[in-house]
Design a protein around this ligand. Structure first.
Ligand code: SF4
Length: 410
């Protein structure tokens, strides 16, 4: 197993731009939901049934992992992520049993990165012992300092979770585990771009996913795009500028995934003079996600949640219906999704001046905003791609430097 601890594996777990992985026909990301239950209740959470304590059976995990590791399309170094609910609520012994299943299933000794996306509220020394023993990389969901984090990440009684999350983070840091984070940015975060950047820098995070909230899954209405009826483009631009300015002097220490993606695209465009970025989650079966019942989706990970009223809207098969992941690309349900998603990418190619930096967006986001994959602009891309690209281009002009750090360098 690979042991790097530098990734963050979040709601949109695929690296949005993976110029090689998205085009090599391999599966680079496998997401498994061990339970939809979560011990807290973030306002913008997209996971459905967060009070349902049903857990995935070990027999089903074995079925999934055997068919995953058997697959010829599995990339070396793929990421196996436990996510979509709070994975630590299953307890330490669950993951010890999983490790045994992995050892039994991974007969070809395929290298991979083993990850857990967690709110960190349950982390104690015993969990850290487990992470170290099994080389599991935890990535922590935290939105910045307390006055930002506690606006959205709360318990069911509405209490902020900052202090308990920080207890987990302090333990991770004390035990020498490299900190990766996921920060969701809502309308309430907008005045605090500098505070958020400074928080992650001062707390010693080495990598960060900066996700601007959108209307995904069970979270049908984002707190953006309007704040008090005013278009938020200017406000979001200011947020990105504030964050960027505070982050820039510390750019060698904190890899902000969304910035790195834009810089990677700039570098590619400069060297190849062509638009060659591809969204990992828009490419058939590069990402494969399982819900706790073994239902499979094959594009954006949040699509495994379906849509309200039709939780299996994007399910292409159940694990019990296939022999290995190799069958997934040619399953009719997957081919239909692929064809619609490609039509949406073509719209982007024809309509959007930012296509070279984006490659056509996230299909899940398109569907949740427009009710179809055959669409181009979304709120998410307006903020996370277009405005971010503009801010970064302006700063590249100013600093005459394309910033590329950490593992995403090309
Ligand atoms: S419209 Fe949005 S999703 Fe499509 S290429 Fe442009 S930025 Fe990307």
């Amino acid at each position: 197993m690979m042991t790097q601890r530098d990734g963050q594996y979040d709601r949109v777990s695929p690296d949005p731009i993976r110029t090689t992985s998205a085009s090599d026909g391999k599966t680079h990301l496998v997401v498994i939901q061990p339970s939809s239950f979560c011990n807290i209740d973030c306002h913008y959470c997209y996971v459905r049934e967060r009070l349902n304590k049903t857990v995935i059976s070990k027999a089903l995990v074995e079925e999934i992992l055997q068919k995953v590791f058997r697959s010829e399309r599995l990339a070396d170094g793929f990421r196996l992520v436990w996510h979509n609910g709070e994975p630590l609520t299953l307890g330490i012994e669950f993951y010890r049993s999983i490790q045994k299943i992995i050892e039994k299933s991974n007969i070809r000794k395929k290298p991979f990165v083993h990850c857990i996306q967690t709110n960190a509220t349950l982390i104690d020394d015993k969990w850290i012992d487990l992470f170290n023993q099994l080389s599991i990389c935890p990535s922590v969901s935290i939105d910045g300092p307390q006055h930002v984090h506690d606006l959205n990440r709360v318990t069911r009684s509405g209490r902020g979770t900052f202090h308990v999350t920080m207890n987990g983070i302090k333990l991770l840091r004390r035990r020498g585990i490299k900190l990766g984070g996921l920060c969701v940015v809502s309308s309430l975060s907008m005045p605090f771009g500098r505070d958020i950047a400074n928080f992650f820098i001062n707390e010693g995070f080495s990598s960060l996913g900066l996700v601007i909230e959108g209307p995904w899954g069970a979270n049908q209405k984002s707190s953006l795009p309007d704040i008090d009826g005013i278009s938020t483009s200017g406000i979001v631009t200011q947020f990105i500028e504030d964050f960027y300015e505070a982050w820039y002097p510390h750019r060698k220490n904190l890899d902000v995934r969304e910035f790195t993606n834009v810089f990677t695209a700039m570098k590619l465009i400069k060297h190849t003079n062509t638009a060659c970025v591809q969204q990992e989650d828009a490419t058939s079966c590069t990402v494969v996600s399982f819900d706790r019942e073994g239902n499979i989706s094959t594009f954006s990970p949040q699509m495994v949640m379906g849509v309200p009223g039709d939780t299996k809207r994007f399910v292409v098969a159940n694990i019990n219906e296939i022999h290995s992941l190799d069958e997934l690309p040619s399953i009719p349900a997957n081919l239909k999704l692929e064809s619609e998603i490609n039509a949406g990418i073509e719209l982007c190619r024809n309509e959007c001046g930012y296509f070279a930096f984006c490659g056509g967006g996230s299909p899940g986001t398109k569907f949740y905003e427009h009710g179809t994959f055959v669409a181009s602009e979304t709120q998410e891309c307006r903020y996370s791609k277009k405005l971010m690209t503009e801010v970064l281009l302006e700063n590249v002009r100013r600093h005459q430097e394309v910033v590329l750090i950490a593992s995403t360098q090309t």
